[in-house]
Design a protein. Structure first.
Length: 127
């Protein structure tokens, strides 16, 4: 992943790049493993791009999260996906990392799942 301007925050563009890459790689039966890493030195992924999501309607946001969930499912079922987490993996970025069979984390890596703290975001009540 290489989107240093937003710490690999997942928006439509990065989603499409990941989806296309997985589709292309899955066609090559000679590939036995996939390594997912970040070219950004201080983050694996900042999670979902909140600025992107804020500009979507509720229906568009729902579609985006449904598609992102399908992408994670594709990664889960990919032959031997490996993630290398070099700094932080936040929210959906952490989901990307844990969707892999093997996770390799640097000493400075950390994972955070802030779903409850974002409950306000889409007018969703979390109990």
């Amino acid at each position: 992943m290489h989107a240093p301007h937003n710490l690999n925050a997942i928006n439509q563009e990065l989603y499409e790049e990941l989806k296309q890459s997985l589709e292309e790689i899955s066609q090559d039966k000679a590939i036995g493993a996939l390594i997912l890493n970040s070219d950004v030195s201080n983050a694996f992924s900042a999670g979902v791009d909140l600025q992107f999501i804020q500009n979507l309607s509720n229906e568009e946001a729902s579609d985006f999260f449904t598609n992102l969930s399908k992408l994670l499912d594709t990664l889960i079922h990919f032959p031997v996906p490996i993630s290398f987490v070099n700094r932080y993996a936040f929210g959906a970025g952490a989901d990307l990392a844990i969707s892999c069979d093997v996770r390799i984390a640097s000493e400075s890596a950390y994972f955070r799942f802030p779903v409850r703290s974002l409950a306000w975001f889409r007018d969703t009540a979390v109990g």
